[in-house]
Each structure stands twice: as C-alpha cells, then as structure tokens.
Design a protein around this ligand. Sequence first.
Ligand code: DGY
Length: 328
Amino acid sequence: MIERSPALPRLLLTRRLPDPLMRQLEAAFAVWTNADDRTLPTADLIAAAARHAAEVLIVMAMDRLDAAVIAALPDSVRIIATYSVGHDHIDLAAARARGIAVLSTPDVLSDAVADMAMLLLLGAARRAREGAALIDARAWTGWSPTQLIGRDVTGGRLGILGMGRIGRAIARRARHGFGMAVHYRNRSRLPPDLEDRAVFHEDMRSFLAISDFLVLAAPATTETRRVLNADAIAALPDGAVVVNVARGSLVDDAALIAALRSGRIAAAGLDVFDNEPALAPDYLAIPTAFLQPHQGSSTIETRMRMGALLLDGIAAVLAGRDAPNRLA
Ligand code: DGY
C-alpha cells in the first residue's frame, strides 16, 4: 500500500489501470491499489475501504456491490465509480439509499465494443478459431476448395438485441461496412434518425426468425436473463451465427453448447461468459466457438477515455456538481 499526500481525496482502486491513468490518479488522489491485481473478495474490499477511509471507490465489472456490500461500506465512501459501462454488478437503489453517487463509463467504449462484435461475427462466420488451430498445429497441407467453408457476413441478415449506443455502433458497421440488412429488438422503437433504416421487431419470434446473424448487445437485467435459451435457438434460422458482447447471463450455456454440437447453430463468437473467468468448459472443445476473454473495451485509447470520464465525473461530484455519467 502506497500512501500519498493526506490532503488529497482518498481513493481505493480494485485493479491496476493502464500506466498513464495510474499516474493521473496518483497525482490527484491518495490511492490505495489492490496489489494482487486480481478481483478482490468483497470482504477485503470493505475492509480496505474502511482502513483507507476511502471517499471514492473505483471498481470493475467483476466486483459485486450488492445491497449487503453497499450497506457494509464505511461512511467515508461518497462515490462508487465503475470502470465499465455495464452496472448490473452494483445495486443502484442501495447506493442511492446511502447517498453514494455511482458513476460509469457510457459512450466512450461503444466503438471498441462494436469493433469486437464485428471481430466475433467474422471470426465465427469465417471459422477463424479452426483456421488458427490448423496453422498452430502445423497441420495445414495447403489450399483446398473445401477447407473450412464458412458463411458470408457481407449482405447477410443481422438481428441486434439491444439497440442502445453499442447496438447502434454495431448496426452502423454492419449496414455501412458490410451491406447487412439490420433488424433489431429493443425495449422501445428508436426515432428514425437513430434507427437508420434498421427494422424494429415488436415480436421476438419474427426477430429471431430473420436473424441469420444474431448479436446480443443488451444490458444484463431480469428481462434479458437467459434470453438466448433453447426456445430462442429453435426459433433462429438453421445454421445461424450467434455473438455475445453483452454479459454471459443472457445466454443459456447448456442450450447453446448443445446447438453448436448439433450444428443447429453454425458458430458462436463470445466475449463474455457466466462466471468469468471459469467459462463453461465445454466451449473449449467446440471448434466453432470463437472465444475471447472479455476484451470488448480493451484498446489503449478506449481505456484512457474510460478513465478520463470517471476522473471528470469524480471531480464534479466531489465539487458538488452533477456528472453526465452519474447513474445514482
Ligand atoms: C463493460 O464496460 O461493461 C465491459 O464489459 C467491461 O466490464
């Protein structure tokens, strides 16, 4: 633990951030950083917050701040700032009840996550995992007319579940970059300028029926929990390709694994999993599962922007002002 000037606001950081951000944080706050750089058990997080009399907590999507944890935080805590756009790990009502402000990182990572969605779409549809494995195993014997035949992404029909900022960034890439016909499901229909000619489906069945490519980009809520289950998979076109850049809780892993094994789903591109990092081990043995270790926002530019947004929000709240990225 490294103490800085006691006059600076006291901040607890649950994971190391990229170096340039660490330098900015250490100039502006008395920082306690989790030296292990692994997800802190919540009891340790609470104890460290109390020991350090932290006013600000910077946490990650893997830190679970449910009502019990929030109730146990020391009175010194004024702000919980999550280094993520997803905030399903924080009980906002419990934070509000204690007068703790909650900040997140919307907008600044939409492009990076949308890029990841396209990587997964292409990687799954074009069988990138199997191709890389062939090369890595030195088993490639040369070009063949029948080797690893995939599906055309260009011109395909794409269904996007969740047309928020990330969903719309995916739609732009798909439509303008790949000439895809974009369909979507959302809590409500978007105005025409945001819709950009994407087709809204009120009905889940009609949405699934056209989704030769399906991308999950909706927040994790009780409504979206296991939205991709055996029934939904049965409603997709045969040989559909599925991508998840949202949260693992949207997918029923057993159902998706069975559908990948049978070929009912041709391929899946997954960046997020239930119980990360202990993803369902069966995925590892399925060559048509193209897997990434929760990398959606992982570019230096994006991670710096996420930090800048949190720092601005923290400064505003500490100065008694509102912040555009304040959730509670
Ligand atoms: C997010 O920002 O929500 C990403 O999934 C990282 O947690």
